[in-house]
Design a protein. Structure first.
Lengths: 446, 405
């Protein structure tokens, strides 16, 4: 025993971690293998019987995990794009062009002290970021990312979306109330007033679209818009799209409606007293919200995952690599080498200052990029969902960029102006939109 | 180890005789004046909120206790003194050259003006005739500093309204000017350049080439930066009619500088009580009638244009000659008193110096415009929202170094 103790004491901290974690993981792995070996067939049977549930669990997990890269990417855009608009350099230390900056931010959040102020209501204080985060993540479940790629095709998808999205205000109020800080309280109250006010024009602005589509299922709405881009709902509902975008910006607390976390007025709003990962969850939720409103805008008004034009001629790739036999092996061995040499040649020829090995590295990188591009093109052509995700993400990130752009350009509105705008302009405009749409439907169809 | 149940005598809780909220801003002593008693009595549905001294957008370390009804400001109590250094007293214990170093950081974004005003006062005490070239260099460098200060103001104004970009755009101009002045004076912020009887160094090549370079594009750049804000609907709507102060009140509250001129009074120390070579220079005094935040903002932009005009004329009229008057090393002015005022970027900045015949000023009094302007905050803010407090504060452009002295 003493020997073990002495050995343990001599280990460094990483060593201690490795010697604890590795045995636990090994034990878990062995247990898993044993369970599968013994109960393999029954488990598969049960899973096969409950396929919808399995599908839902898998989708929920993927969506939950997807928020991490999404938040990182949106956060990086926020840092870099605003920096470039400010004529700054922005993050450039971690990763190429500073692209891993948000990862570092995330790690920093994890390592910071998680602090609860004196006098705070501990339970509510702890749960508030979770509620805010889950409210935004759960809305991702109904968004169709590609043909067949959605968490659940609810026939009440839009209603679900607004219902769950509105839950985030509960979390904000909880945070504002439980923090025991007057700035937090003001932020929470502002959030409540703002989100509830903008919920109304937000919901009313899509009612015209629902009348046109005849369904509230987001998947069905996307399917309705297939074909040429002239079929997108934005051409039939321009006013609705505009109101939706403005109201959704306010709903997600983005500039110029970011009163809830107005740093020059109420420090950080409801997040003032938060630190560490609990603060990180608020930021996660905000970045995911940016992605979500952009995604919903694209889904409802810009054709979702549909390409803006149908492919004018049908392409089918009759690729059957297995049919090549031994030639495939030779190709795999030879083609990358050849490509590297081919791409290295221009470097070699262009400048006598570039050494041979440098040219080879350049060629290797270019060859890899070429091959990746080739594979991606093949996947785009032959796989529906790849094309769908490509178009969906492209359109969505255009809107994310617009939101970031607004943040870099616009100052903030005042509380009374915000309310005036919601009740005196957006609400009548959305009602007008609804009325005109309904009248047009009656005239055309009736 | 011994444990004691008694509280140590420095525990602040020992002396409290009433139960205060954990972070209530109410001072722990009984009210000293009627006003204080009235202010610290909360009405129905009202609450106090401490804005500052560590709020992200108070300029410096100003603490404002706001009495709020919802988000509406009912009353406020600015608490000063977090940056108090006792500059006036320090100056009285230093000789005349050293005193300038102490006044330098008063307005730390426009240090040349806080140097200039005591320097003129001391020169009056000593009957020094400053060479004309030195006067022109003073005007040139201080107008550059005025532009730098106003550029910072424009950026801050936008930042306090939630715009992220303008401050960085205006910092480009400010950095260029500050680098230029660093080439001239050797420092970026606290220049310590003006001396009694002249200036520290002559114009050098680096300064002139940088200045020429910058002047060719300055007007264009400042226009471009302001295009971001001037036609921005949100910005203009928030600023118009905000923190309005009329002419009479502004005069009664002894406002000076851009804040007074924004109410329509064309008072500028450079024209009203001319000093240095300003009588020889041709420039306008821009005024506006509205007296609100937007007027104060736009007026400062007009002032930048006038400053550019002055710099241009200085460069054309700059005479040759010495930059320093002949003075003994140890200055002992005759007993007497002198007063000098300059037009700083925030308003009239004046110094009153009394000499008793020794090499140290017997008494020095510095009148700082930021302090004077802060007292009218109490007239402007009540009735506006929390969000506007920062905008009003920014539009008055106080520098806490000067307020607390």
């Amino acid at each position: 025993m003493t020997v073990i103790n002495r050995t343990w004491d001599r280990l460094t901290l990483p060593g201690k971690i490795v010697f604890t974690v590795v045995p636990i993981l090994l034990a878990l792995l062995i247990g898993l293998v044993a369970v599968i070996a013994i109960l393999g067939a029954p488990i598969v049977n049960v899973l096969a019987d409950n396929l919808p549930i399995v599908r839902f669990v898998v989708a929920a997990t993927i969506v939950l995990l997807m928020t991490i890269p999404t938040a990182f990417l949106v956060g990086y855009m926020e840092l870099k794009c605003i920096a470039l608009m400010n004529l700054r350099i922005g993050p450039d230390r971690v990763g190429p062009f500073g692209s891993l900056m948000s990862v570092v931010h995330g790690l920093k959040m994890l390592m910071k002290e998680d602090f609860t102020p004196t006098g705070a209501d501990r339970i509510v204080f702890t749960w508030a970021p979770i509620v805010v985060y889950l409210a935004s993540v759960m809305t991702l479940l109904v968004i169709p990312f590609g043909p067949g790629l959605f968490g659940q095709d609810l026939n009440l998808g839009l209603l679900y979306f607004f219902g769950i999205g509105g839950l985030s205000v509960v979390g904000m109020l909880m945070a504002g109330w439980a923090s025991f800080n007057k700035y937090s309280l003001l932020g929470g109250m502002r959030a409540a007033a703002q989100v509830i006010s903008y919920e109304i024009p937000l919901t009313l602005s899509v009612v015209g679209l629902i009348l046109l589509a005849g369904t509230m299922s987001l998947n069905q709405i996307v399917l309705d818009q297939s074909g040429w881009f002239t079929g997108w709902y934005i051409w039939r509902q321009p006013l609705g799209a505009l109101i939706f975008f403005i109201a959704a910006t306010a709903e997600a607390n983005r500039t110029p409606f970011d009163l809830t976390e107005a740093d020059s007025e109420i420090v950080a709003g409801y997040a003032t007293e938060y630190s560490g990962m609990r603060f990180g969850f608020f930021y996660f939720a905000e970045f995911v919200n940016v992605f979500i409103i952009a995604a919903l805008m694209v889904t409802l008004f810009l054709g979702g995952w549909n390409a803006p034009f149908p492919w004018p001629w049908p392409i089918t790739l009759n690729l059957d690599p297995g049919g090549l036999g031994i030639e495939l092996l030779i190709l795999v061995a030879v083609v990358p080498l050849l490509l590297t040499l081919v791409f290295a040649a221009p470097f070699w020829i262009a400048s006598s200052r570039i050494k041979g090995w440098q040219a080879l590295i350049g060629g290797f990188v270019l060859a890899n990029l070429f091959l990746v591009g080739l594979v991606a093109t093949a996947a785009y052509i032959s796989l529906d969902w790849v094309a769908g995700v490509f178009w969906f993400m492209t359109k969505t990130y255009v809107f994310v960029f617009i939101l970031v752009w607004m943040r870099g350009t616009l100052p903030r509105v005042r509380v009374d102006q915000l309310m005036d705008f919601a009740w005196k302009w957006l609400l009548p405009a959305s009602l007008l939109n609804l009325f005109v749409t309904a009248a047009a439907i009656v005239v055309v169809k009736g | 180890m011994t444990t004691t149940t008694e509280r140590p005598s420095d525990d602040p809780r020992v002396k409290l005789d009433r139960d205060l909220g954990l972070f209530e801003p109410v001072p722990p002593y009984p009210p000293r004046t009627e006003r204080e008693a009235e202010f610290y009595t909360l009405g129905d549905g009202q609450m106090f909120i401490n804005m500052g001294p560590q709020h992200p957008s108070t300029h410096g370390v100003l603490r404002v206790v706001l009495k709020l009804d919802g988000e509406k400001v009912v009353d406020l109590d600015p608490v000063l003194g977090y940056l108090h250094r006792g500059v006036e007293k320090l100056c009285e214990n230093a000789d005349y050259h050293q005193a300038i170093c102490y006044t330098d950081p008063l307005e730390y974004v426009s240090s040349l003006f806080t140097e200039w005003s005591p320097v003129i006062a001391f020169e009056k005490l000593m009957d020094v005739k400053v060479p004309r070239r030195a006067e022109y260099i003073r005007v040139l460098s201080s107008e550059l500093n005025r532009i730098a200060s106003h550029a910072l103001f424009l950026g801050w104004m936008a930042l306090d309204l939630g715009g992220l970009t303008p401050i960085l755009w205006s910092f480009i101009e400010r950095d260029e000017i500050v680098d230029m002045l660093a080439a001239l004076t050797g420092q970026r912020m606290l220049f310590n350049y003006f001396r009694i009887g002249g200036v520290n160094g002559d114009l050098n090549h680096e300064f002139m080439s940088r200045l020429g370079d910058w002047m060719s594009r300055a007007a264009e750049h400042i226009e471009a930066g302001n295009g971001l804000l001037n036609e921005n609907e949100i910005f203009v709507r928030r600023m118009r009619g905000l923190g309005t102060i009329d002419q009479k009140t502004a005069l009664r509250m002894v406002m000076t500088g851009p804040n007074l001129r924004a109410t329509g009074v064309p008072f500028d120390v450079r024209r009203a009580h001319p000093y240095s070579v300003f009588p020889e220079l041709d420039f306008d005094i821009p005024t506006r009638q509205e007296g609100d935040c937007l007027a104060r903002y736009l007026l400062r932009m007009d002032e930048i244009k006038q400053s550019l005009r002055i710099i241009d004329q200085c460069l054309h009229q700059m005479p040759d000659g010495p930059i320093m008057a002949k003075l003994p090393r140890l200055l002992r002015p005759r007993p007497g008193r002198a007063y000098a005022a300059v037009e700083g970027p925030r308003g009239q900045l004046s110094t009153y110096a009394v000499s008793d015949g020794t090499d140290q000023p017997f008494r020095m009094r510095i009148h700082d415009p930021s302090f004077i302007h802060l007292q009218s905050v109490g007239l402007m803010m009540p009735g506006h929202l929390v969000a506007d407090t920062m905008a009003i504060m920014a539009s008055l452009d106080p520098i806490m170094g000067g307020v607390d002295k």
